[in-house]
Design a protein around this ligand. Structure first.
Ligand code: ADP
Ligand code: ZN
Length: 446
């Protein structure tokens, strides 16, 4: 079902007119209320009256993560704190977190976009909905909670973690919809198997997964193991949280951006030049309706492309591809640009491996080394007699050596780079405990 047919299927011309009107409002609002924007607009030599067409957005200055840090905690807020009914924060892996504020209208808008996501995954009012995104400062849990309640779902606010309890609830309350990170979906699937439960009997319909990078290969795995359809959801704290875009279950190819609220651009990260649909670059969002924390041309650091072609589901909004990497998590190894997603895709094409892996980068003296730690399947582990992978010396055993060679070759083909492959026994790679998973350990930075 389409939650808001008027907005989600609006003819593009009308949508653009609406976007322009809202962009003009937002530009005026930030210049009146936020000194940071007054200054950056001044420096760029523009004022809100210069925006006469949507293309004029290109005259406006970019906003960056560093601008949030420099104005920490609430310097970018456009309302007084007593108008803010909710605070969230991103984990901010380094340094200060990013603080986001929401007015009552913002919370309502956010619930609406999350409801659109749930509907586009196939949820209908009355469905039971297990929300395994973390509750608290992280936006995932509460964002979906409000979206689920708005659409009239029966929300189970289980939050992340405690996997056996998750499964107990799935078995006994029969949710149709599950939301969590993709890595946690795999943890749930694996635990279901070790508990000896038949996933076919669980009756899940769809999973809305995101908040971290994942691949098509992982989608196949999640869908097969949990017997459901998995759709990709995207969002970030600076823009709203989850609910910036979501795939439709019918097509599952590109996430529909809720363009009546978030105006997307893709730019060349080096020059700032706006790129045409189809070209890969850095995603930039401008909020069109937010009150407490409007953002102007926020550079997300996420690399993706836009697809303006019509979608079979009937939604008219532009779609964004998967996030193929981040401007700041692109690993540069001996001068070669490597995205973890490329490695994941390559590993998942090798049947002897599980979807779990870890990347360790070191620099002895001057040379970068990328060690790819790939976990083998139960079947392969049994075949080689078990246990031996735990021991360093056995990495050279025949069958093990042969698989390492094959993995290394596959990686060389994809990355154009020599790597050290190390095989881990089943369960040897880190798992999501309920939230986002950190798969890259870059020891060069320590
Ligand atoms: P934190 O995780 O630091 O608390 P956020 O939740 O705001 O903060 O994280 C947002 C980031 O998560 C995005 O900029 C993007 O890099 C990543 N992300 C969110 N959804 C997806 C997705 N579906 N695919 C890939 N990456 C995603
Ligand atoms: Zn669609």
């Amino acid at each position: 079902m389409i939650w808001n047919p008027e907005m989600e299927t609006m003819p593009r011309e009308r949508l653009r007119a609406l976007q322009l009107e809202r962009l003009q409002q937002t530009a005026r609002r930030v210049c009146e209320r936020v000194s940071f924007y007054r200054n950056t607009f001044d420096k760029a030599g523009v004022n809100p009256a210069d925006i006469r067409s949507l293309e004029d957005i290109r005259k406006l200055p970019f906003t960056r993560k560093a601008d949030f840090r420099d104005t920490y905690p609430t310097g970018l807020f456009a309302v007084a704190l007593d108008q803010v009914v909710r605070i969230h924060a991103s984990s901010g892996t380094t340094g200060k977190p990013i603080i986001a504020g929401y007015t009552r209208a913002d919370v309502n808008m956010w619930a609406e976009t999350c409801a659109r996501c749930l509907a586009s995954a196939g949820a209908v009012p009355g469905d039971v909905f297990q929300n395994a995104y973390g509750y608290g400062l992280f936006t995932g849990g509460l964002g979906f909670h409000y979206g689920g309640e708005l659409m009239g779902l029966t929300v189970i606010p289980v939050s992340g973690g405690n996997t056996e309890r998750q499964i107990l609830l799935i078995r006994d309350l029969k949710p149709k919809i599950l939301t969590c990170t993709p890595s946690y979906a795999l943890t749930i699937a694996e635990t279901i198997r070790t508990m000896g439960i038949d996933p076919a009997g669980l009756g899940l319909k769809a999973a809305v997964v995101g908040a971290e990078p994942w691949t098509e290969e992982m989608r196949k795995e999640i869908e097969a193991k949990l017997r459901l359809k998995a759709v990709n959801i995207y969002g970030l704290t600076e823009v709203i949280g989850p609910g910036v875009s979501c795939e439709c279950v019918e097509v599952r190819h590109g996430a529909h951006i809720y363009e009546d609220h978030f105006y997307p651009e893709v730019i060349d990260p080096n020059t700032g030049e706006v790129l045409p649909p189809g070209a890969r670059g850095e995603l930039v969002f401008t909020s069109l309706t937010k009150e407490a924390l409007p953002v102007i041309r926020y550079r997300t650091g996420d690399i993706a492309s836009l697809d303006a072609s019509p979608c079979a589901c009937g939604r008219t909004s532009i779609r964004m591809s998967r996030i193929v990497g981040r401007t700041d998590d692109m690993l540069i190894i001996r001068g070669v640009n490597v995205f973890p997603s490329q490695i994941e895709t390559a590993l998942m094409r090798i049947p002897e491996l599980t979807p779990h892996y870890q990347l360790v980068i070191t620099r002895e003296k001057t040379l970068d080394e990328l060690e790819v730690r790939a976990e083998v399947s139960d079947e392969f582990f049994r075949l080689i007699g078990g246990e031996i992978l735990v021991d360093e010396a056995h990495q050279a055993d025949h069958a093990v050596h042969e698989l390492r060679r094959r993995v290394g070759e596959r990686l060389r083909g994809t990355l154009n780079l020599n790597t050290t492959v190390r095989l881990l026994p089943p369960g040897g790679a880190p798992r999501s405990e309920g939230g986002k998973l950190k798969r890259v350990v870059d020891k060069r930075k320590l």
